[in-house]
Design a binder for this molecule. Sequence first.
Ligand code: SF4
Ligand code: SF4
Length: 294
Amino acid sequence: MDAENPAPASPVLPRSFDETHKIRFECRRGIACWNACCSNIDISLTPYDVLRLARRQDLSTTEFLWKYTVPYEMEKDGIAGVKLKPVDGGTACRFMESAGCSVYADRPTACRYYPVALLSLRRQDENVDRQSYALVEESHCLGHREPREITVADYRAEQGLPEYDELARGWRQLILKKKSSGPAVGKPSQRSLELFFMACYDLDRFRSFVASEGFGRIHDLPDDEIRAILEDDVAAMQFAFRFLRQVLFGEMSIALHAENTEARRVRLAEQRARIEREAAERLAREEAGDLPED
Ligand code: SF4
Ligand code: SF4
């Protein structure tokens, strides 16, 4: 299941609605389809999902990613994503047990949302996303036959989603912004994919990067902010989103050391001048070669 990112051919009903809409659904222990949804997974993780699951297993994000996830490129926009890795040679979730989900209190956003699909929409002229929802009706899921009616707002609250969505907001906005900047910006470089991957999902590696001498030489961060990033997972994650907005979209919110900024500016200007000079020389050589002889 992938309630967050329904594919075009998925059983997501085409109708979207807001939080006040009532759905008829209940998942309960003892239902005949118990665990059917967790037996065939396709679950994308948010950065906060990765953090919660890694900390639950007492793992660094690097170890968790290696052991429990597979990387993928989200849609065709060159955005790095991670999915839960199913059991070896199968499709079931590694956290599924006969009694149910073994990581229930820290289960990912997509598992909490199911069978509701979150649709984040953004208009070209807007910098904020609007949320709407759709219903996923898969034939194996008998929860739709239960008599309980519940609004999407109450369902989200029941599933602990307000906190998860709040903490994933910066990440979703980055994705929407990257998608809406589309082909004009072109295919992102391998380096920008890797940076996005590290800052969003491998928070412990991102922390080491922030603590490195190279980062400190360029960025001018107050000591208390560095301390918060090093000690507090959520502060580090929010800073990672800020850092990516600055690096990918030029939204400057992290101060740079002036002398290094100037040195970078001079280096880039020299580099640009060299590229232009080489291009002009190449053109001149080509034109000379192309000229008909007298
Ligand atoms: S994390 Fe839990 S709820 Fe989600 S697919 Fe795995 S077992 Fe099911
Ligand atoms: S009711 Fe749906 S969500 Fe609940 S166990 Fe069955 S298939 Fe999974």
